[in-house]
Design a protein around this ligand. Sequence first.
Ligand code: BLG
Length: 484
Amino acid sequence: MLRPTVFRKHPLCWLLSLGILLLFSGCVDEPSSLERVQKEGVLRVVTRNSPATYFQDRNGETGFEYELVKRFADDLGVELKIETADNLDDLFARLDQPGGPELAAAGLVASPQRQQQARFSAPYLEVTPQVIHRNGQRRPTSPEGMVGQRILVLKGSSHAEMLREVQTRLPELKFEESDAVEVVDLLRMVDEGQIDLTLVDSNELAMNQVYFPNVRVAFDFGDARSLRWAVPSGEDTSLLEAVDEFLGRAEKNGTLQRLKERYYGHVDVLGYVGAYTFARHLQQRLPRYERHFREAGRQTGIDWRLLAAMGYQESLWQPEATSKTGVRGLMMLTQDTAQAMGVSNRLDPRQSIFGGGKYFAMIKDGLSGDIEEPDRTWFALAAYNIGIAHLSDARKLAEAEGLNPNKWLDVSKMLPRLAQKQWYRKTRYGYARGGETVHFVRNVRRYYDILTWVTQPQLEGGQIAESGLHLPAIDKRKPAEEKN
Ligand code: BLG
């Protein structure tokens, strides 16, 4: 049979023509953004340095955005490389750069202007923009009430965009934008009275309220909006599709919910007055004992900030503290504990801190090997407060309920039962005020988070005692009456 000549071409000719064809059709393996990330094994993400997004803590990098985006990178099986932008304009400029980061994860709202600069993912968090004022000062309740006040917002922020939009019908409304500040600076400026008002998102305020006890929400500036990640604008949506798929899964399997609880869940624990008091004590009391906490931390291998957080929960950093039950000192040691730890004077702050640290480390070491971090730390805190025997009762109750006795979330649900007869009569060690222990652990964790943030490496210019730079200015007056 006669074959068409084309089939009889030499194989090399074939390859050559294929090459030429590909070259001219312009489809020489231009990889998609997703393929590029996978091939290079690195996902480059641009974010901002703030407590609600990304910062350094005791274990390295952390923050809501960081944790979420780290899970995404893990999911793709690639390394995560974070870079921080100086301000929002810089962030979008970097995203736009050829060879720049593939993704921005920085608590961004897909405002109309930004939609021309980048493509946005599915939402992962709902936030409300809020007008912030200083407690005791005039409180506006509408844009009209903001006229004539000193207003400063982040340059390039969606808040600036919203204000400009309002200006079209209310030209008397004047405001300034700055690219030299972060959200924390805006809040501090309101707190210290350098400006009258600012606009921030509700999640940012929730994270920062404790450092700025004088700031209050004046009113919600519009409806809730969604935070989204962004990828460079353009036709290539491969990475964005992977992001959306990941976020959908994170929503379904509870990952998102857990992260939200962790970062924003305990922020209301302190309330305004508690936040005010904590900030004051941070400046006035902690510096006296910080050296002891650091030393005890080094000696026991326990993060000094956790010890300090415990000390705050126990006594508000007061060495003379004494409870109704005769428990005493800065770390609230019982007589038995003090004796066992070689503490001769419980009211001596240094002895109390070292005794408490040693006791805590001992408890933690003695916990079942099945309890993993971070739960292990929360269990040790609970045992410090209620005793290892009652904690083991609560773990057994958890097991009997089909819950996980090695997970703090599960065991903390059982602890309050130790105060109810129908439950404690079935336990080995009987009645205990387990509800208080849950409260204890929750508060210590909150204080620990705060101490972690204020002592993070990039802010820490030495000891809190010396720096004070990043701490709120404390009004010497008592907290003003709640106006709202
Ligand atoms: C803790 C002890 C545990 C002890 C439990 O009580 O004290 N911890 C310390 O001394 C550091 O050792 O466990 S046990 O030895 O296995 O029995 C249970 O007895 C302390 C707690 C008690 C609590 N603060 C540290 O968290 C406290 O002060 N309670 C009194 C509250 S009230 O104001 O008098 O009502």
